[in-house]
Design a protein around this ligand. Structure first.
Ligand SMILES: Cc1cc2nc3c(=O)[nH]c(=O)nc-3n(C[C@H](O)[C@H](O)[C@H](O)COP(=O)(O)OP(=O)(O)OC[C@H]3O[C@@H](n4cnc5c(N)ncnc54)[C@H](O)[C@@H]3O)c2cc1C
Length: 233
């Protein structure tokens, strides 16, 4: 991946594609006027004007294509201003973006454990292949229809998908999906598989998801781990 670009000016990004990748998630491809380089884990800022107000929100880069196209995956939040705006964007329309930014959640360490809740999986989709192949992923969702990139994720041996609220998902028909909440035993098992010592754990998702997983890890007194977190709000 390229070096960190510290671009700090707003640019007009043109929507070149939008795909509904889960019931509430759209992946939007944005073309920038300038070369875009980022490190997995970084995010961009998006801005719109409503009346005399500037509304600004952060979105993790889920992929980059060529020199100047980046992808973000946006969950539509009920009553949410910017997520709703982005979901309504059509190909050819523009939105102001700035970045990339973010230096504390850099996903470049091999032998890592990546834990996500819901749309918190977005930054993990940008991880370099070499890092991904040596790592394990535990991803939690509420319903099957809420899983983005489900075809790709469902057939990766190093990805475990937990589905917590799907009524008819039983052990006989889940086909690779685990019909329960992720727990500390799953995390311990993954750390052990990765070799215990020197494992980095990255947790991303809503504040409540990240806090609860972080607390469970702290209570389990897993040693020699470095834990990094990104909270989406
Ligand atoms: C570093 C960083 C990276 C992020 N990356 C992504 C990403 O890749 N994809 C993505 O979809 N979002 C991401 N977010 C969240 C994003 O920045 C917005 O907060 C989100 O899209 C909601 O904005 P909104 O304007 O639609 O909602 P708002 O108008 O801000 O909020 C409307 C209502 O929804 C509630 N709300 C706000 N955010 C959430 C939430 N995440 N979950 C549940 N309720 C919420 C608010 O409390 C409020 O009641 C990221 C946040 C951070 C800090």
């Amino acid at each position: 991946m390229g070096q960190v670009n510290t671009s700090s000016s707003w640019q007009k990004a043109k929507v070149v594609n939008t795909v509904q990748i889960a019931s509430k998630i759209k992946e939007v491809a944005l073309e920038l006027p300038e070369k875009f380089t980022f490190t997995p884990g970084q995010y961009i800022k998006a801005k719109i004007h409503i009346g005399d107000q500037n509304i600004e929100r952060y979105y993790s880069v889920s992929a980059a294509i060529g020199d100047n196209i980046l992808k973000i995956a946006v969950e539509k939040i009920k009553g949410g201003i910017l997520s709703d705006f982005i979901h309504k964007l059509k190909i050819g329309e523009t939105i102001a973006v700035k970045g990339p930014a973010g230096k504390h959640f850099i996903l470049n360490r091999p032998n890592s454990l990546f834990i996500s809740g819901g749309i918190g999986i977005a930054p993990f989709m940008s991880i370099d292949e070499k890092v991904a192949e040596s790592s394990l992923f535990l991803a939690s969702f509420r319903l099957m229809k809420e899983i983005p990139w489900s075809e790709k994720l469902g057939c990766c041996d190093n990805v475990k998908l937990f589905v917590t609220r799907e009524k008819n998902l039983t052990t006989s028909n889940h086909g690779g999906f685990i019909p329960r909440r992720m727990n500390i035993a799953d995390i311990k098992d993954a750390v052990l598989k990765l070799g215990a010592a020197g494992v980095s754990i990255y947790i991303c998702g809503s504040t409540s998801f990240v806090e609860s997983i972080k607390t469970e890890i702290a209570d389990a007194e897993l040693t020699e781990l470095e834990v990094f977190t990104e909270m989406f709000g």
